[in-house]
Design a protein around this ligand. Structure first.
Ligand SMILES: NC(=O)c1ccc[n+]([C@@H]2O[C@H](COP(=O)([O-])OP(=O)(O)OC[C@H]3O[C@@H](n4cnc5c(N)ncnc54)[C@H](OP(=O)(O)O)[C@@H]3O)[C@@H](O)[C@H]2O)c1
Length: 384
Protein backbone atom coordinates (compact mmCIF):
# COMPACT_ATOMS: atom_id res chain seq x y z
CA UNK A 1 0.00 0.00 0.00
CA UNK A 2 1.47 3.38 -1.04
CA UNK A 3 0.41 6.35 1.06
CA UNK A 4 -0.10 9.44 -1.07
CA UNK A 5 -0.32 13.21 -0.49
CA UNK A 6 -1.68 15.36 -3.30
CA UNK A 7 -0.74 18.99 -3.84
CA UNK A 8 -3.48 20.46 -6.04
CA UNK A 9 -6.19 17.84 -5.42
CA UNK A 10 -9.00 20.00 -6.88
CA UNK A 11 -7.25 20.62 -10.21
CA UNK A 12 -7.41 18.72 -13.45
CA UNK A 13 -4.51 16.41 -12.50
CA UNK A 14 -5.55 16.22 -8.83
CA UNK A 15 -9.09 15.07 -9.61
CA UNK A 16 -7.81 12.44 -12.06
CA UNK A 17 -5.26 11.24 -9.51
CA UNK A 18 -8.05 10.68 -6.98
CA UNK A 19 -10.04 8.81 -9.64
CA UNK A 20 -7.06 6.49 -10.18
CA UNK A 21 -6.62 5.99 -6.43
CA UNK A 22 -10.32 5.25 -5.91
CA UNK A 23 -10.11 2.44 -8.47
CA UNK A 24 -7.15 0.86 -6.65
CA UNK A 25 -8.17 0.81 -2.99
CA UNK A 26 -5.65 -1.96 -2.23
CA UNK A 27 -2.79 -0.08 -3.86
CA UNK A 28 -3.05 3.47 -2.56
CA UNK A 29 -4.28 5.44 0.42
CA UNK A 30 -4.72 9.22 0.54
CA UNK A 31 -3.15 10.76 3.65
CA UNK A 32 -3.13 14.50 2.88
CA UNK A 33 -4.62 16.91 0.33
CA UNK A 34 -3.90 20.51 -0.58
CA UNK A 35 -6.02 22.79 -2.73
CA UNK A 36 -6.57 26.47 -3.39
CA UNK A 37 -10.07 27.86 -3.10
CA UNK A 38 -12.48 25.14 -4.33
CA UNK A 39 -13.77 24.39 -0.87
CA UNK A 40 -16.91 22.50 -2.02
CA UNK A 41 -14.90 20.00 -4.02
CA UNK A 42 -12.24 19.64 -1.34
CA UNK A 43 -14.90 18.95 1.32
CA UNK A 44 -16.30 16.15 -0.88
CA UNK A 45 -12.79 14.74 -1.35
CA UNK A 46 -12.19 14.77 2.41
CA UNK A 47 -15.41 12.84 3.04
CA UNK A 48 -14.58 10.29 0.34
CA UNK A 49 -10.87 9.74 1.03
CA UNK A 50 -10.54 10.63 4.73
CA UNK A 51 -7.08 12.26 4.76
CA UNK A 52 -5.65 13.26 8.16
CA UNK A 53 -4.45 16.62 6.91
CA UNK A 54 -5.67 19.18 4.37
CA UNK A 55 -4.62 22.66 3.38
CA UNK A 56 -6.26 25.49 1.44
CA UNK A 57 -4.95 28.78 0.07
CA UNK A 58 -6.40 31.22 2.59
CA UNK A 59 -7.55 31.46 6.21
CA UNK A 60 -11.11 32.23 5.04
CA UNK A 61 -11.15 29.10 2.90
CA UNK A 62 -9.87 27.09 5.89
CA UNK A 63 -12.70 28.42 8.09
CA UNK A 64 -15.24 27.67 5.39
CA UNK A 65 -13.92 24.12 5.01
CA UNK A 66 -14.06 23.63 8.79
CA UNK A 67 -17.72 24.73 8.76
CA UNK A 68 -18.50 22.16 6.09
CA UNK A 69 -16.78 19.33 7.91
CA UNK A 70 -18.13 19.38 11.48
CA UNK A 71 -16.99 16.41 13.57
CA UNK A 72 -14.70 15.11 10.75
CA UNK A 73 -11.29 14.28 12.24
CA UNK A 74 -9.08 16.24 9.86
CA UNK A 75 -6.42 18.82 10.56
CA UNK A 76 -7.06 21.92 8.38
CA UNK A 77 -4.17 24.28 7.56
CA UNK A 78 -3.79 27.13 5.09
CA UNK A 79 -1.33 29.17 3.05
CA UNK A 80 2.24 28.36 2.12
CA UNK A 81 2.92 26.71 5.46
CA UNK A 82 -0.11 24.45 4.94
CA UNK A 83 1.22 23.37 1.53
CA UNK A 84 4.61 22.57 3.01
CA UNK A 85 3.03 20.53 5.84
CA UNK A 86 0.98 18.50 3.36
CA UNK A 87 4.12 17.98 1.26
CA UNK A 88 6.20 16.60 4.09
CA UNK A 89 3.58 14.87 6.21
CA UNK A 90 5.20 11.89 7.86
CA UNK A 91 2.55 9.38 6.74
CA UNK A 92 3.15 9.87 3.00
CA UNK A 93 5.45 7.72 0.85
CA UNK A 94 4.78 9.66 -2.34
CA UNK A 95 3.68 13.22 -3.07
CA UNK A 96 1.79 14.11 -6.23
CA UNK A 97 3.03 17.57 -7.22
CA UNK A 98 0.07 18.98 -9.17
CA UNK A 99 -0.11 22.64 -8.18
CA UNK A 100 0.18 25.06 -11.04
CA UNK A 101 3.05 27.45 -11.69
CA UNK A 102 5.61 28.67 -9.20
CA UNK A 103 3.34 27.93 -6.18
CA UNK A 104 4.57 24.35 -6.34
CA UNK A 105 8.29 25.02 -5.97
CA UNK A 106 8.67 25.32 -2.19
CA UNK A 107 6.26 22.49 -1.25
CA UNK A 108 7.80 20.14 -3.83
CA UNK A 109 11.26 20.91 -2.48
CA UNK A 110 9.96 20.36 1.05
CA UNK A 111 8.63 16.94 0.03
CA UNK A 112 11.99 16.00 -1.51
CA UNK A 113 13.85 17.16 1.59
CA UNK A 114 11.51 14.99 3.66
CA UNK A 115 12.52 12.00 1.51
CA UNK A 116 9.23 11.56 -0.35
CA UNK A 117 9.15 10.25 -3.90
CA UNK A 118 7.52 12.76 -6.23
CA UNK A 119 4.99 12.16 -9.00
CA UNK A 120 5.62 15.40 -10.87
CA UNK A 121 2.97 17.12 -12.97
CA UNK A 122 3.91 20.69 -11.97
CA UNK A 123 6.62 21.13 -14.61
CA UNK A 124 7.24 24.77 -13.64
CA UNK A 125 9.11 23.45 -10.58
CA UNK A 126 11.84 22.04 -12.85
CA UNK A 127 11.72 25.01 -15.20
CA UNK A 128 12.33 27.45 -12.34
CA UNK A 129 14.93 25.51 -10.41
CA UNK A 130 15.72 22.25 -12.19
CA UNK A 131 19.34 22.06 -11.12
CA UNK A 132 18.61 22.68 -7.43
CA UNK A 133 15.60 20.38 -7.34
CA UNK A 134 17.27 17.44 -9.09
CA UNK A 135 20.44 17.85 -6.99
CA UNK A 136 18.30 17.72 -3.84
CA UNK A 137 16.47 14.63 -5.12
CA UNK A 138 19.78 12.86 -5.83
CA UNK A 139 21.08 13.79 -2.37
CA UNK A 140 17.94 12.45 -0.68
CA UNK A 141 17.70 9.32 -2.89
CA UNK A 142 14.25 10.46 -3.99
CA UNK A 143 12.67 9.47 -7.33
CA UNK A 144 11.03 12.15 -9.48
CA UNK A 145 8.48 10.24 -11.56
CA UNK A 146 6.99 12.05 -14.56
CA UNK A 147 3.24 12.61 -14.83
CA UNK A 148 3.38 14.77 -17.96
CA UNK A 149 2.29 12.37 -20.72
CA UNK A 150 5.31 13.16 -22.94
CA UNK A 151 7.80 12.57 -20.14
CA UNK A 152 6.00 9.45 -19.01
CA UNK A 153 6.34 8.21 -22.60
CA UNK A 154 10.08 8.96 -22.63
CA UNK A 155 10.49 7.34 -19.21
CA UNK A 156 8.75 4.21 -20.45
CA UNK A 157 10.68 4.08 -23.76
CA UNK A 158 14.00 4.51 -21.96
CA UNK A 159 13.21 1.51 -19.77
CA UNK A 160 16.05 0.29 -17.62
CA UNK A 161 19.48 1.35 -18.85
CA UNK A 162 18.31 2.81 -22.17
CA UNK A 163 19.81 6.19 -21.37
CA UNK A 164 23.39 5.16 -22.22
CA UNK A 165 22.45 4.25 -25.82
CA UNK A 166 20.24 7.28 -26.42
CA UNK A 167 20.65 9.48 -29.49
CA UNK A 168 17.76 11.85 -28.80
CA UNK A 169 14.24 12.13 -27.49
CA UNK A 170 11.39 13.46 -29.61
CA UNK A 171 8.61 15.24 -27.73
CA UNK A 172 5.31 15.24 -29.58
CA UNK A 173 3.07 18.32 -29.58
CA UNK A 174 -0.54 18.46 -30.70
CA UNK A 175 0.12 21.94 -32.12
CA UNK A 176 -2.69 23.43 -30.01
CA UNK A 177 -5.85 25.14 -31.26
CA UNK A 178 -3.99 27.55 -33.60
CA UNK A 179 -1.82 25.13 -35.53
CA UNK A 180 -3.50 26.03 -38.81
CA UNK A 181 -4.66 29.56 -37.96
CA UNK A 182 -2.62 32.30 -39.67
CA UNK A 183 -0.30 34.18 -37.35
CA UNK A 184 -1.59 37.48 -38.74
CA UNK A 185 -4.86 36.90 -36.86
CA UNK A 186 -3.27 36.11 -33.46
CA UNK A 187 -3.99 39.62 -32.14
CA UNK A 188 -7.71 38.86 -32.19
CA UNK A 189 -7.52 35.49 -30.40
CA UNK A 190 -9.87 35.47 -27.40
CA UNK A 191 -9.33 33.58 -24.13
CA UNK A 192 -12.34 31.39 -25.04
CA UNK A 193 -10.71 30.36 -28.33
CA UNK A 194 -7.36 29.72 -26.66
CA UNK A 195 -9.00 27.66 -23.90
CA UNK A 196 -10.55 25.33 -26.48
CA UNK A 197 -7.78 22.71 -26.82
CA UNK A 198 -8.28 20.17 -29.61
CA UNK A 199 -7.18 16.99 -27.80
CA UNK A 200 -6.67 17.55 -24.03
CA UNK A 201 -8.98 18.84 -21.29
CA UNK A 202 -6.70 20.58 -18.77
CA UNK A 203 -6.40 23.49 -16.32
CA UNK A 204 -6.51 27.04 -17.70
CA UNK A 205 -2.82 27.91 -17.44
CA UNK A 206 -1.50 24.84 -19.24
CA UNK A 207 -4.23 25.20 -21.87
CA UNK A 208 -3.02 28.71 -22.73
CA UNK A 209 0.58 27.43 -22.66
CA UNK A 210 -0.51 24.79 -25.18
CA UNK A 211 -2.01 27.46 -27.44
CA UNK A 212 1.24 29.52 -27.48
CA UNK A 213 3.25 26.27 -27.52
CA UNK A 214 5.15 27.57 -24.49
CA UNK A 215 4.01 24.33 -22.87
CA UNK A 216 6.36 22.45 -25.22
CA UNK A 217 9.16 24.86 -24.36
CA UNK A 218 8.59 24.24 -20.64
CA UNK A 219 8.57 20.51 -21.39
CA UNK A 220 11.97 20.77 -23.09
CA UNK A 221 13.42 22.21 -19.87
CA UNK A 222 11.53 19.64 -17.78
CA UNK A 223 12.95 16.80 -19.93
CA UNK A 224 16.45 18.25 -19.74
CA UNK A 225 16.41 17.90 -15.94
CA UNK A 226 14.34 14.73 -15.59
CA UNK A 227 16.53 12.71 -17.96
CA UNK A 228 19.82 14.63 -17.67
CA UNK A 229 19.92 15.54 -21.38
CA UNK A 230 21.71 18.18 -23.37
CA UNK A 231 19.41 20.44 -25.39
CA UNK A 232 20.77 18.93 -28.62
CA UNK A 233 19.28 15.64 -27.51
CA UNK A 234 15.73 17.06 -27.36
CA UNK A 235 13.61 17.43 -30.51
CA UNK A 236 9.98 18.39 -30.97
CA UNK A 237 7.57 17.23 -33.65
CA UNK A 238 3.95 18.21 -34.26
CA UNK A 239 1.59 15.23 -34.05
CA UNK A 240 -1.99 16.57 -34.07
CA UNK A 241 -3.71 13.31 -32.99
CA UNK A 242 -1.84 13.10 -29.62
CA UNK A 243 -1.77 9.31 -29.82
CA UNK A 244 2.00 8.92 -29.78
CA UNK A 245 2.96 10.65 -26.55
CA UNK A 246 6.68 10.89 -27.38
CA UNK A 247 9.55 8.87 -28.85
CA UNK A 248 13.11 7.87 -28.09
CA UNK A 249 15.72 7.35 -30.79
CA UNK A 250 18.70 5.14 -29.94
CA UNK A 251 22.22 5.44 -31.39
CA UNK A 252 21.57 2.62 -33.89
CA UNK A 253 18.62 4.52 -35.40
CA UNK A 254 15.93 2.43 -33.73
CA UNK A 255 12.98 4.56 -32.54
CA UNK A 256 10.63 3.53 -29.72
CA UNK A 257 7.29 5.26 -29.23
CA UNK A 258 4.64 5.07 -26.52
CA UNK A 259 1.01 5.13 -27.67
CA UNK A 260 -2.23 5.17 -25.73
CA UNK A 261 -5.65 6.73 -25.56
CA UNK A 262 -5.52 10.43 -24.73
CA UNK A 263 -6.24 10.31 -21.00
CA UNK A 264 -3.99 11.64 -18.23
CA UNK A 265 -5.11 8.86 -15.90
CA UNK A 266 -2.66 6.57 -17.68
CA UNK A 267 0.58 8.49 -16.97
CA UNK A 268 -0.75 9.26 -13.47
CA UNK A 269 -1.33 5.55 -12.84
CA UNK A 270 2.18 4.67 -14.04
CA UNK A 271 3.78 7.33 -11.82
CA UNK A 272 1.83 6.03 -8.81
CA UNK A 273 2.38 2.33 -9.45
CA UNK A 274 6.01 2.50 -10.70
CA UNK A 275 7.94 0.20 -10.92
CA UNK A 276 4.86 -2.04 -11.16
CA UNK A 277 2.00 -1.73 -13.62
CA UNK A 278 -1.62 -1.96 -12.55
CA UNK A 279 -4.76 -2.65 -14.52
CA UNK A 280 -6.35 0.43 -15.97
CA UNK A 281 -10.06 1.07 -16.43
CA UNK A 282 -9.33 2.87 -19.69
CA UNK A 283 -10.19 1.26 -23.00
CA UNK A 284 -7.34 -0.17 -25.07
CA UNK A 285 -6.29 1.94 -27.99
CA UNK A 286 -8.03 0.46 -31.03
CA UNK A 287 -5.44 0.94 -33.77
CA UNK A 288 -7.94 -0.02 -36.48
CA UNK A 289 -10.02 3.08 -35.68
CA UNK A 290 -7.11 5.47 -36.27
CA UNK A 291 -7.42 6.91 -39.75
CA UNK A 292 -3.86 8.24 -39.72
CA UNK A 293 -1.03 9.31 -37.47
CA UNK A 294 0.49 12.43 -38.99
CA UNK A 295 3.59 14.50 -38.24
CA UNK A 296 4.67 18.02 -39.16
CA UNK A 297 7.75 20.10 -38.43
CA UNK A 298 7.50 22.75 -35.76
CA UNK A 299 7.04 26.37 -36.91
CA UNK A 300 9.29 28.30 -34.51
CA UNK A 301 8.65 31.60 -36.26
CA UNK A 302 4.91 31.30 -35.71
CA UNK A 303 5.35 30.10 -32.11
CA UNK A 304 8.45 31.92 -30.78
CA UNK A 305 7.97 30.86 -27.13
CA UNK A 306 9.61 27.50 -27.84
CA UNK A 307 12.76 29.23 -29.12
CA UNK A 308 12.81 31.40 -25.99
CA UNK A 309 12.63 28.30 -23.82
CA UNK A 310 15.58 26.68 -25.63
CA UNK A 311 17.49 29.95 -25.31
CA UNK A 312 16.76 30.26 -21.57
CA UNK A 313 17.70 26.62 -20.98
CA UNK A 314 20.95 27.05 -22.91
CA UNK A 315 21.88 30.19 -20.95
CA UNK A 316 20.90 28.63 -17.61
CA UNK A 317 21.25 30.61 -14.36
CA UNK A 318 18.12 32.60 -13.57
CA UNK A 319 16.96 32.91 -17.20
CA UNK A 320 14.59 29.89 -17.12
CA UNK A 321 13.08 31.33 -13.91
CA UNK A 322 12.59 34.66 -15.69
CA UNK A 323 11.01 32.93 -18.69
CA UNK A 324 8.63 31.06 -16.40
CA UNK A 325 7.65 34.06 -14.29
CA UNK A 326 7.10 36.27 -17.35
CA UNK A 327 4.98 33.56 -18.95
CA UNK A 328 2.84 33.17 -15.81
CA UNK A 329 2.25 36.94 -15.67
CA UNK A 330 1.49 37.08 -19.42
CA UNK A 331 -0.99 34.18 -19.29
CA UNK A 332 -2.75 35.78 -16.33
CA UNK A 333 -3.00 39.14 -18.13
CA UNK A 334 -4.26 37.46 -21.31
CA UNK A 335 -6.97 35.58 -19.40
CA UNK A 336 -8.00 38.91 -17.85
CA UNK A 337 -8.14 40.42 -21.38
CA UNK A 338 -5.41 42.93 -20.51
CA UNK A 339 -2.87 41.52 -22.96
CA UNK A 340 -3.33 40.28 -26.52
CA UNK A 341 -2.52 36.68 -27.41
CA UNK A 342 0.16 37.96 -29.80
CA UNK A 343 1.68 40.02 -26.95
CA UNK A 344 2.40 37.01 -24.73
CA UNK A 345 5.74 36.23 -26.45
CA UNK A 346 6.61 39.95 -26.55
CA UNK A 347 6.28 40.28 -22.77
CA UNK A 348 8.45 37.18 -22.25
CA UNK A 349 11.09 38.47 -24.67
CA UNK A 350 11.17 41.81 -22.89
CA UNK A 351 11.58 40.16 -19.49
CA UNK A 352 14.44 37.99 -20.74
CA UNK A 353 16.20 40.93 -22.40
CA UNK A 354 15.85 43.19 -19.37
CA UNK A 355 16.81 40.69 -16.72
CA UNK A 356 19.61 38.91 -18.51
CA UNK A 357 21.32 35.89 -17.03
CA UNK A 358 22.42 35.77 -13.42
CA UNK A 359 24.00 32.79 -11.67
CA UNK A 360 21.95 30.61 -9.33
CA UNK A 361 23.96 30.02 -6.18
CA UNK A 362 21.00 29.27 -3.95
CA UNK A 363 17.23 28.97 -3.87
CA UNK A 364 17.08 32.64 -2.85
CA UNK A 365 18.54 33.66 -6.26
CA UNK A 366 15.68 31.80 -7.96
CA UNK A 367 13.00 33.29 -5.71
CA UNK A 368 14.45 36.79 -6.13
CA UNK A 369 14.42 36.55 -9.96
CA UNK A 370 10.85 35.24 -9.86
CA UNK A 371 9.73 38.08 -7.55
CA UNK A 372 11.49 40.75 -9.62
CA UNK A 373 9.83 39.77 -12.89
CA UNK A 374 6.38 39.49 -11.33
CA UNK A 375 6.67 42.86 -9.60
CA UNK A 376 8.07 44.57 -12.67
CA UNK A 377 5.28 43.48 -15.05
CA UNK A 378 2.45 43.53 -12.54
CA UNK A 379 3.37 47.16 -11.86
CA UNK A 380 3.61 48.02 -15.58
CA UNK A 381 0.17 46.59 -16.33
CA UNK A 382 -1.51 47.95 -13.20
CA UNK A 383 -0.71 51.46 -14.51
CA UNK A 384 -2.67 50.85 -17.73
N1 LIG B 1 -4.04 19.06 -16.75
C1 LIG B 1 -3.27 18.27 -17.44
O1 LIG B 1 -3.75 17.43 -18.22
C2 LIG B 1 -1.78 18.36 -17.29
C3 LIG B 1 -0.96 17.55 -18.09
C4 LIG B 1 0.41 17.58 -17.92
C5 LIG B 1 0.98 18.45 -16.98
N2 LIG B 1 0.16 19.24 -16.23
C6 LIG B 1 0.78 20.16 -15.26
O2 LIG B 1 0.23 19.86 -13.98
C7 LIG B 1 0.12 21.06 -13.21
C8 LIG B 1 -1.34 21.20 -12.77
O3 LIG B 1 -2.13 21.41 -13.93
P1 LIG B 1 -3.72 21.37 -13.87
O4 LIG B 1 -4.15 21.41 -15.28
O5 LIG B 1 -4.16 20.24 -12.99
O6 LIG B 1 -4.02 22.78 -13.17
P2 LIG B 1 -5.38 23.25 -12.48
O7 LIG B 1 -6.51 22.46 -12.97
O8 LIG B 1 -5.40 24.72 -12.62
O9 LIG B 1 -5.14 22.87 -10.92
C9 LIG B 1 -4.24 23.54 -10.10
C10 LIG B 1 -4.39 23.10 -8.66
O10 LIG B 1 -3.54 23.91 -7.84
C11 LIG B 1 -4.34 24.50 -6.81
N3 LIG B 1 -3.78 25.80 -6.47
C12 LIG B 1 -3.58 26.85 -7.31
N4 LIG B 1 -3.04 27.89 -6.62
C13 LIG B 1 -2.93 27.48 -5.33
C14 LIG B 1 -2.45 28.09 -4.13
N5 LIG B 1 -2.00 29.35 -4.12
N6 LIG B 1 -2.48 27.37 -2.99
C15 LIG B 1 -2.94 26.11 -2.99
N7 LIG B 1 -3.40 25.47 -4.08
C16 LIG B 1 -3.40 26.16 -5.24
C17 LIG B 1 -5.74 24.59 -7.38
O11 LIG B 1 -6.68 24.72 -6.33
P3 LIG B 1 -8.18 25.35 -6.54
O12 LIG B 1 -8.65 24.87 -7.87
O13 LIG B 1 -8.92 24.76 -5.37
O14 LIG B 1 -8.07 26.82 -6.46
C18 LIG B 1 -5.81 23.24 -8.10
O15 LIG B 1 -6.04 22.22 -7.17
C19 LIG B 1 0.60 22.20 -14.11
O16 LIG B 1 1.93 22.48 -13.84
C20 LIG B 1 0.48 21.63 -15.51
O17 LIG B 1 1.41 22.19 -16.40
C21 LIG B 1 -1.19 19.21 -16.38
Amino acid sequence: MKRVSILGSTGSIGVRTLDVIERHPDGFQVVALAAGTKVDLLAEQVLRFRPHLVSVATEEAAKELQRRLPRVPVNILWGEEGLVQVARTEEADLVVSALVGSTGLLPTLAAIRAGKDIALANKEVLVMAGELVTAEARKMGVKILPVDSEHSAIFQCLGHGGRQYLKKIILTASGGPFRTRPKASFASVTPEEALNHPTWNMGRKITIDSATLMNKGLEVIEARWLFDLSLKEIDIIIHPQSIIHSLVEYMDGSILAQLSVTDMRLPILYALSYPKRLESPLPSLDLTTLAALTFEPLDMEKFPCIGYAYEAAEAGGTLPTVLNAANEVAVHLFLERRLGFDEIPLLIRKAMDEHGRRPVRSLEDVLEADREVRQRFTMEYSKQ
